[in-house]
Design a protein around this ligand. Structure first.
Ligand code: COA
Length: 431
């Protein structure tokens, strides 16, 4: 105990000192979402005039740090592995880069293709054995920490100490800075009638004893809300959310019937409200793992009745899902959508759902289209899609012909667009 405390004190510096380690031309990796080290990043940005050609690789940045502002790219350039509201502008202007990836593959891609100089991450305070928990962001972070030439930690008492394969030992750490800044939160938004209708259709098809993954966005959140009368659900998901806490507290999630990790909630990162973060703190019911494990389709496939629920921007009549772009304009990223879509199809009794409102832009645009817009990025292939759900019903596509798929998709489109979809389907010889 004392030995680790002494080592901690030796490595403890102020944030400005810590980032002096970083030199021009270096490659930095940051955790995703709420794991980003805000105080270290602010200190790094203060050095912008001394630095040139530093690359910051990250998924889903949350806070609008100055390195995400135009004009910074010569000194510190962002490389987006999943684009968010604060990085979208830079990506769309071509002054930040995008690295395409399946989430499960991100740790391996980073190991094979990045020569990582520095990993910087927020962690929970050190325990008596000298370990820090990566808390809300294990994903690729813990794997990169094993290879980076230097590891700088921002120790923050607000970071929950999550359990599982989520720790790093003081002996592997280069420098430490401390902060007590509040963590970024994602407060649950009110659920719309459309989202509720979609949630009900999906909940009807989720059987008791299933193990569920819920993705990012309003609809997966509504699905959690509609699962309150189920029994013995399990959770195996890349992302852990507030909706899952409700299900645990209502006794719906017990994990009793999980074939892998029974009684445990398995996740790789968490993003939500303070309530979620307190739920995760030191909770033996929750195990965090690297995303190379949670999202490996072969692992997901071993789970009995694995269910995935994810959202999309556009789906065409044969079931191709453009979930991360609007036409060629990058909006988010592949994330784990394709990993789970593939994984659940390998699972005994598994089911995949792509859930979309039938329209966007206040009802003026159909999200079901004859063909995806030119340049749209296909996140989930027609061969991996199982069900597509809108507020008008469920289209079961797996195992169906192109003709049957087109018919099923037209039937769940908004009534205002069905005639034109049918006409287009005729022209394309789908029906
Ligand atoms: N045409 C034009 N605009 C569209 C559109 C379409 N077909 N579909 C959606 N939009 C617009 C919406 O109007 C909205 O615009 P606004 O921000 O100006 O209101 C915006 O795009 C976002 O749409 P919304 O439906 O609110 O998105 P969401 O927050 O529910 O997220 C995804 C949906 C698809 C972006 C998100 O689920 C995603 O990134 N998925 C891919 C990754 C993934 O699923 N990973 C697995 C789990 S983490």
């Amino acid at each position: 105990m004392q030995k680790w405390q002494a080592e901690y004190q030796k490595k403890l510096v102020n944030p400005g000192e810590a980032v002096k380690l970083i030199e021009s031309g270096q490659t930095i990796v940051l955790p995703l979402g709420a794991g980003e080290p805000s105080v270290l990043l602010a200190a790094l940005v203060r050095r912008k005039d001394e630095l040139e050609g530093v690359t910051l690789h990250q998924m889903l940045p949350i806070r609008s740090h100055a390195y995400l502002q135009p004009g910074m790219e010569k000194s510190i350039r962002h490389n987006s592995w999943f684009t968010s509201g604060v990085s979208r502008g830079m990506v769309q202007q071509g002054i930040a880069d995008v690295t395409p990836n399946y989430f499960f593959d991100a740790p391996r891609l980073m190991a094979e293709y990045l020569d990582v100089d520095v990993l910087m991450a927020t962690v929970s305070p050190m325990d008596e054995h000298g370990f820090f928990s990566f808390g809300l962001s294990i994903d690729y972070t813990s794997s990169v920490a094993q290879r980076a030439k230097a590891v700088i930690l921002e120790v923050n008492p607000n970071m929950p100490r999550t359990l599982g394969d989520s720790f790093i030992h003081i002996s592997q750490v280069t420098l430490i800075a401390e902060s007590d800044i509040s963590l970024p939160e994602l407060k649950p938004l009110p659920i719309s009638d459309t989202e509720l209708a979609i949630g009900r259709y999906i909940a009807d098809l989720i059987e008791d004893g299933s193990t569920v993954q819920l993705g990012i966005g309003g609809i997966p959140n509504a699905v959690a809300h509609c699962l309150h009368d189920k029994a013995d659900l399990g959770i195996h998901s890349e992302m852990l959310t507030d909706g899952m806490v409700d299900l645990v507290e209502k006794g719906v999630v017990t994990g009793r019937r999980k074939s892998m990790h029974p009684r445990k909630i398995i996740g790789s990162f968490a993003f939500g409200s303070e309530r979620l973060y307190r739920f995760l703190d030191n909770n033996p019911m929750v195990e965090m793992h690297p995303v190379s494990y949670t999202n490996d389709p072969l692992i997901i496939g071993q789970q009995y009745k694995a269910v995935s629920v994810n959202a999309a921007m556009e789906v065409d009549l044969i079931g191709q899902c453009a979930s991360e772009s609007i036409g060629p304009i990058q909006f988010s990223g592949t994330g784990g959508q394709a990993d789970f879509a593939r994984g659940v199809l390998r699972s005994e009794g598994g089911k995949g759902f792509i859930a979309i409102a039938s329209t966007a832009k206040k009802g003026t645009v159909s999200k079901i289209v004859p063909m995806l817009q030119q340049g749209a990025i296909v996140t989930t292939s027609k061969n991996d899609v199982d069900h597509v759900v809108t507020e008008y019903g469920v289209a079961k596509l797996r195992g169906k012909t192109i003709r049957q798929r087109a018919e099923a998709m037209i039937a769940i489109a908004h009534p205002d667009f069905r005639d034109q979809l049918r006409e287009a389907a005729h022209k394309l010889n789908f029906v």
